[in-house]
Write a protein that binds this ligand. Structure first.
Ligand code: ZN
Length: 148
């Protein structure tokens, strides 16, 4: 994701307005490595933007996705996550506690996201691995097999 200043330039260049809502949403996302859902961002932003609606937030997020500034991915449980890191990396998704983290690059190397594939102009690439995090594996183990 580009800097907030560059996004302001971009939206103005397109004849749009860098509204205070847009700027606060962009600022909230910049550098966020928590893969927030729109609902997470809504809870975080609402105290500073009392007039914010979830619909507006979705519009601003989807606009960033269309611009190729952020990635959107689904974790198969109805949750839509957003990530300002658009480089070709993978996420690890825990199917029990729904934690989402970036896969370590020594386990899954980052890959180059091609600009074009078979005539398509590529905006983003998404890859998730689903499983159980170490904490959830321990919680799911029968008590008798648990090492103390
Ligand atoms: Zn977990």
């Amino acid at each position: 994701m580009r800097s907030v200043e560059e996004l302001i330039e971009r939206v103005r260049g397109q004849g749009g307005k860098a509204t205070s809502q847009r700027i606060l949403i962009w600022s909230a996302l910049k550098g966020d490595v928590s893969h927030p859902t729109a609902e997470d961002l809504y809870v975080r932003l609402k105290p500073r933007l009392p007039s914010l609606s979830l619909a507006t937030l979705y519009n601003v997020l989807n606009e960033l996705v269309e611009w190729g500034e952020i990635r959107r991915f689904d974790t198969g449980d109805g949750r839509i996550h957003f990530d300002p890191d658009t480089s070709g990396h993978s996420e690890l998704v825990c199917m029990r506690c729904h934690r989402v983290i970036d896969a370590p690059t020594d386990a899954v190397p980052r890959r180059h996201v091609p600009e074009r594939v078979a005539g398509y102009r590529i905006i983003s690439h998404s890859e998730q691995y689903f499983g159980y995090c170490p904490d959830c594996q321990r919680a799911l183990e029968p008590a008798s097999t648990r090492e103390e």
